[in-house]
Ligand binder design. Structure first.
Ligand code: FMN
Length: 156
């Protein structure tokens, strides 16, 4: 064991990793997608998830304006969508249209429930905390969706 530069040490331990997408509502009422590696379950009763969103992301502006998100657990078929959602910004493009994302309307606020996903959790933000250059949004799960088909995407 020896001391190391932070990024070097972290890079050795964070993969394989689960990845998720979060759906938020844009300021014009349409929807955005962001790829996330920094998310976790934070409560059993009631069920809650936390997502960590960079303060420079367009998704941050969306969440500040409308504190709801759908947390999407993608299947391996959604790899390209995760790449695209993680490398373009909703400030410039419509990620749903551009990537021909298929969805049905959710039950909470009508946010899209991606039909190719393994599971989707509709969340209402109940608390948030600044964490350096990110903000952690804790969402209480209001509705859960599950697909019997498909296997979960891992990034290597
Ligand atoms: C695999 C992967 C994981 C990512 N994880 C996060 C994350 O946890 N939090 C975050 O703010 N950005 C994360 N990003 C970066 C955002 O997805 C990316 O900046 C995206 O373009 C932001 O979109 P937006 O501007 O529409 O919100 C990740 C990107 C990739 C490819």
């Amino acid at each position: 064991m020896k001391t190391a530069e932070f990024s070097h040490a972290f890079n050795q331990v964070h993969k394989p990793s689960k990845v998720a997408l979060a759906v938020t509502q844009k300021l014009d009422g349409s929807y955005n997608l962001i790829t996330l590696e920094w998310f976790m379950r934070t409560s059993i009763r009631p069920p809650m998830f936390a997502i960590s969103i960079g303060n420079s992301r367009y998704s941050y502006r969306c969440l500040e304006a409308n504190p709801f998100f759908n947390l999407v657990f993608p299947t391996s078929e959604m790899k390209e969508l995760c790449k695209a959602a993680g490398s373009t910004t909703g400030a410039e493009v419509d990620k749903f249209e551009l990537n021909e994302v298929e969805f049905i309307d959710g039950k909470l606020k009508g946010f899209p429930v991606l039909t190719q996903a393994k599971a989707v959790f509709e969340c209402e933000v109940v608390t948030q905390v600044r964490s350096g250059d990110h903000t952690i949004y804790v969402g209480q799960v209001k509705h859960s969706w599950l697909n019997d088909e498909g296997d979960i995407l891992l990034i290597q």
